[in-house]
Design a protein around this ligand. Sequence first.
Ligand SMILES: Cc1c2[nH]c(c1CCC(=O)O)Cc1[nH]c(c(CCC(=O)O)c1C)Cc1[nH]c(c(CCC(=O)O)c1C)Cc1[nH]c(c(C)c1CCC(=O)O)C2
Length: 341
Amino acid sequence: MAKKRMLATVLGERQDTPPIWIMRQAGRYLPEYRETRAKAGGFLDLCYNPELATEVTLQPLRRFDLDAAILFSDILVIPDALGQNVRFEVGEGPILEPIGLKGIDGLSRERALEHLAPVLEAVTRIRSALAPEKTLIGFCGSPWTVATYMLNGRSSPDQWVARRFALEHPGAFARLMDVLVETSIDYLVAQFVAGADVVQLFESWALNLDDAAFNTQVIEPNRRIIAGVRRRIPDAPIIGFPRGAAGNLKRYAERTGVNALGLDYATPLDFADSTLPKDLPVQGNLDPLRLVVGGAAMEKRVIEIKEAFANRPHIFNLGHGIVPETPIAHVERLVELVKKG
Ligand SMILES: Cc1c2[nH]c(c1CCC(=O)O)Cc1[nH]c(c(CCC(=O)O)c1C)Cc1[nH]c(c(CCC(=O)O)c1C)Cc1[nH]c(c(C)c1CCC(=O)O)C2
């Protein structure tokens, strides 16, 4: 059977040239995505439409020689499935009715997987349409990151509302984490059963936390999800992406049980390589702005990243999501450069 280079790398095998995928690779920088999205209606309608979600997942692989497809969905389908409705407004991002103490007690896991059934159907459809050598990545948001949206109702620059809530109401906060941990375990196991090869935990708001808060709000919930998934799927391959973890990165890598670690673009290459265990696979970490600008600003850095991680398993990626302003020609050039020996 054809080898899945990306999956093999997550499992610890170094490749001669790093496999590559791009965070948010299906998105608004692609005209065919914008067209399908307009057909679907709202953004969540696209996420819950198995046929169209499959189509947009596959679009970037038709254009670029990427090693993996990532399920087209969003981290906020979990609060939506728990009964806290989510809306996406153009130019505003996600909007939720902020959850309070009562709301936390009212969350129900009972129908969550049923609500997410169209997403799981998309996973199965994508796997059967995908070439055997391509890895299929499933994902969910990590509990703390999802909780920041549930408590604040939208993106916030410093997660002040959620950080304060966690300190002020530790009991209710722990109950919220429990619901998110258990729902995420069920959801990720179902993604593996439906055909995902690897899953990624998106902890996009791992920044701004002192190390004590990082332990309870980031490390513990991520560790519990990974242990819970592996109780049902032994050796399940899992990537963690704790964006902004900085000085907490090593702790995260050692205590959560991840197979591979996603690095944000602010993580210095020499720091990552010297701090992390020698055989730990890493993923990342080009600044998406360098992909927008292209030319020397991009090319020199791509070589530096490849060289920094040449001696360990490395999956090339951006250090955060691709942005709508990105020229398609720059993505083509990036993939060519990464694949060059
Ligand atoms: C924090 C977060 C969210 N969603 C996600 C994260 C974690 C990663 C990160 O830190 O960026 C994860 C996500 N969101 C999306 C994917 C799809 C898979 C992929 O191609 O990588 C994934 C993996 C699609 C999306 N999710 C969203 C879009 C754009 C919506 C549109 O088409 O209008 C896409 C393609 C919307 C979204 N979804 C979210 C926000 C804050 C926004 C608005 C910002 C924006 O508009 O870019 C929540």
